[in-house]
Design a protein. Structure first.
Lengths: 438, 405
């Protein structure tokens, strides 16, 4: 049934590689795995990783993806690539040749992005697979350990997953232990000539806001044993792995789409491939009414940069920006207007959703700011460790930026954190303008 | 350089995680079942009919922003002409509709379709008829196979992994002792055909303890449609439970007003009557039936009564006496009262512990009601339960049959 052979894939890949090199791209080698539909759904549920620790939530992801696909609610997954070195990508065996060509050209774009974008500088792509493999093995051993078992393992992972994004949101920041911070601040106090640190309490824990709740609990928690701490650092580490991706979703997809389009134009594809290729491409970059399609947004911004300042400027942008700085720098009034972006929110008093701002002369900046507030990790509230009291009560605070928490969810997470911490915790936030304590 | 690899995976690595997820869904089904259990659509259905149960998805909780005016989302208007203040949806916004890792879940609902038989399996897996004793008279059914020992020959599904492995280990140890195999080498020590051992299945005549169950229901005029509905649901679930658990159980249906009579299953669940209430009439029919057909030496006897408690007060004393004598030869009697006046508003969500003699009804109590008069009888062989709304049925059920949770 398929209209392709592995040799053909190889020869198209050679051509794609040559063109991409001429554009100045520089990517990791790519290992393509040819898998069937079910394996593809499987790969997607484990966020593409060929090895990952076990958890029921991935089973749920599988069922959901499978159901969505069966219901026709989602297009066919045509790409899945891991930022390892070499990159690992999946081609679905059932797909036709033109889809494979698009996928391969697209993956070259992603791999190039992984290798060059600054957000990824600290990801040690050579170690990603072995790390996940070791983690998976460790979790498996805990599950099989009769004195621990799946129930206890899940209890910890469930709890950790609830705070998996409560880690520093910028790559490459090394967490300092309490002892290390103490030394730094002791030094500062010593060198303090203007009395800035006169009232500084060196015994407060933590000395700085700690945005890494998992690591803090692991460092100071009194009720955890070794395997539980190890499990926590496994979840934490996999979170760190996803941070750069979450920070660059719009750019990364936009870049890959731009590149597969540019490469396809040079490939001299026969009509039987080119026409369906363009159809698929248009499908990928279409705007989604009422939502923001990151492919659409990222692609259009890169197109604009290329028009205005040439492809060299695109290469530079893909290297230095993340989604926030990318949107702030390049999403201007004209583009907001062209994309017809608007902001909306739920009005409690009227129990409906209505439009707040449109992208006209007065509103576009607000729309852009709202967009920036919702890309990647900005869509997730920040909760930090404020203080550890003498009686071992843990004080957490939500960095309130105007947006209130979903209290039902917050309450559940609060319980999860309490499970991990084992002693008293308090969580402060603001609800409808008033201080709120859990 | 790219490489291409067609890989044939033998293991489905998501299988285990899907099983775990399914287990959680099943648990959720069990939890939603109490809402479904008395649903009109399942009462009186046969086992093959499919029932749809809405089950809430297993949520993964994280800190997320709620629906509020400051939590503005952004969308593209396509070619539409959009204006400020324009209403775009009546529905609440979905959680984080667009952004990256934030969009993992919202309100998810699975519609699970199951048959009544499967429902019974979910419901009744952990439940047992209490106080079942071995009586003289036994049913014999011969359709069960029982594992008994091991054989060297057998069919593949009956392979005993444990015995096989034991034999292999024994052989390996011997080989090491004889120097024929070096355990430190990378070489595998393979299974040999002689290692294989199979379970031997012996047909076993299964002995079943005989049991008869009396379903007794008040169908008098004071039983309103709603009360009858609850009573029927209760009996229906009971009936399903007994049928599911015990192949050889006999059920006697008795319905009563001021008179009582034995009725067929069909009549029992469908019959509508009017008139006053004399509970003793039904108990007399039961005693009569027991005397004639079900000798307590040979039979485990259970009685389930349901009514609204509005018995003729002249009949109460007699009823209690009959209950008392019935208790002598019953394994268990459950008196269910469908009486909405008895639940305290604050207790609505929880099912109070009616089994405790200390439980006091909140209605101005008539001291000579069956509910009060039966207090001295209460023990693990005589239970009284209160059903005021369909949701109580399942909770009651678990109490009677002792679900381990």
């Amino acid at each position: 049934m398929s209209d392709w052979t592995i040799d053909e894939l190889g020869s198209w890949d050679d051509k794609i590689g040559e063109i991409a090199r001429n554009f100045g791209l520089n990517w990791f080698d790519i290992d393509y795995e040819i898998i069937d539909y079910h394996e593809m759904i499987g790969a997607m549920s484990y966020t593409g990783l060929p090895t990952h620790y076990r958890h029921w939530s991935f089973g749920k992801a599988y069922e959901r993806t499978h159901t969505l696909y069966n219901a026709g609610a989602t297009g066919l997954p045509y790409e899945m690539i891991i930022n390892s070195n070499p990159s690992i990508s999946y081609l679905m065996a059932e797909n036709q040749m033109y889809i494979h060509i698009l996928t391969m050209a697209h993956c070259v774009g992603h791999s190039d992005f992984f290798k060059n974008n600054r957000m990824f500088f600290d990801t040690s792509p050579e170690l990603i697979i072995p790390r996940f493999k070791a983690a998976a093995k460790y979790v498996k051993e805990l599950i099989e350990d009769p004195s621990i078992g799946i129930g206890e393992v899940e209890a910890i992972i469930d709890a950790c997953h609830s705070i998996k994004y409560q880690i520093p949101r910028y790559p490459g920041i090394k967490r300092r232990s309490n002892e290390e911070l103490k030394q730094i601040y002791a030094q500062k106090m010593l060198e303090d000539a203007i009395g800035e640190y006169d009232d500084f309490d060196l015994h407060k824990i933590p000395l700085e806001r700690d945005y890494n709740i998992m690591a803090f609990i692991s460092e100071h928690g009194r009720n955890l044993n070794e395997w539980q701490r190890n499990l926590m650092s496994i979840v934490e580490e996999s979170s760190h792995y996803f941070i750069p991706q979450a920070l660059t979703k719009v750019m990364n997809e936009g870049w890959a789409v731009l590149m597969h389009e540019k490469i396809a134009k040079e490939l001299n594809l026969p009509d039987k491939y080119y026409i369906p290729f363009i159809k698929l491409h248009n499908q990928v970059v279409r705007s989604h009414l009422g939502r923001v399609n990151p492919y659409h947004l990222g692609y259009n911004i890169f197109k604009k940069i290329e028009e205005r300042d040439g492809f060299e400027a695109c290469l530079l942008a893909r290297e230095v920006h993340n989604d926030v700085t990318f949107l702030r720098t390049y999403l201007d009034e004209e583009m907001c207007h062209d994309l017809n972006l608007f902001s909306y929110s739920y009005k409690k008093s009227k129990d409906h959703i209505s439009i707040d701002e449109t992208s006209d002369n007065e509103g576009w900046e607000k729309v852009r700011d709202s967009l920036i507030n919702t890309v990647g990790l900005n869509s997730i509230p920040t909760i930090y460790v404020e203080e550890l009291l003498k009686d071992h009560t843990l004080i957490l605070r939500h960095e309130h930026d105007g947006r209130d928490l979903d209290m039902q969810y917050a309450k559940k997470v609060f319980e999860y954190i309490q499970d991990l911490w084992g002693d008293e915790i308090q969580l402060f936030t603001v609800l409808e303008g008033e201080l709120w304590e859990f | 350089m790219s490489t291409f690899r067609e890989h044939k995976s033998i293991v489905d690595r998501s299988a285990a995680d899907r099983v775990r997820h399914k287990k959680k869904i099943e648990k959720a089904i069990k939890e939603s079942i109490k809402d479904v259990i008395a649903d009109e659509s399942i009462i009186g259905q046969n086992g093959k009919k499919k029932i749809r149960i809405p089950v809430k998805g297993i949520k993964e909780y994280r800190f997320v922003y709620g629906n509020n005016e400051k939590n503005q989302q952004v969308g593209s208007g396509g070619r539409h002409n959009i204006k400020r203040g324009q209403k775009i949806s009546q529905k609440r916004a979905q959680k984080q509709p667009n952004a990256g890792p934030g969009n993992e879940d919202g309100e998810e609902k699975y519609d699970v379709e199951i048959t009544l038989e499967e429902l019974a399996e979910y419901l009744f897996a952990d439940l047992e008829l209490p106080e079942l004793e071995k009586k003289r008279f036994r049913y014999v059914s011969d359709d069960s196979l029982k594992r008994k020992g091991y054989r060297f020959e057998g069919i593949r599904p009956r392979l005993s992994k444990k015995e096989t492995l034991k034999r292999k280990i024994r052989r390996k140890k011997k080989a090491i002792a004889l120097g024929a195999y070096d355990p430190d080498s990378d070489e595998r020590f393979p299974f040999h055909k002689n290692d294989l051992k199979y379970h031997y299945m012996k047909p076993k005549p299964k002995e079943n303890t005989a049991a008869v169950v009396f379903f007794v229901m008040d169908v008098s005029g004071s039983m309103t449609t709603q009360k009858k509905y609850i009573a029927r649901s209760y009996f229906f679930i009971l009936y399903q439970f007994l049928r599911h658990k015990y192949d050889t159980i006999e059920v006697v249906f008795i319905s009563h007003t001021v008179n009582a009579k034995r009725v067929s299953e069909d009549e029992f669940f469908k019959r509508i009557s009017v008139g006053g209430t004399m509970m003793s009439s039904a108990l007399e029919v039961e005693i009569d039936t027991i005397t004639k057909e079900y000798h307590p030496d040979s039979w485990n006897i259970y009685t389930f009564y349901a009514g609204d408690g509005e018995n003729w007060s002249d009949d109460n004393k007699k009823t209690i006496n009959l209950l008392n004598s019935l208790k002598e030869n019953n394994q268990m009697i459950v008196y269910a009262e469908i009486n909405e006046n008895r639940i305290h508003p604050e207790e609505e969500e929880d099912v109070p512990d009616w089994t405790s003699p200390a439980f006091v009804a909140w209605k101005t109590e008539q001291p000579d009601s069956i509910w009060t008069l039966c207090v001295p009888l209460l023990d693990n062989r005589f239970k009284r339960v209160l059903l005021t709304k369909p949701a109580h049925i399942w909770a009651t059920f678990k109490k009677i049959f002792g679900a381990k949770e």
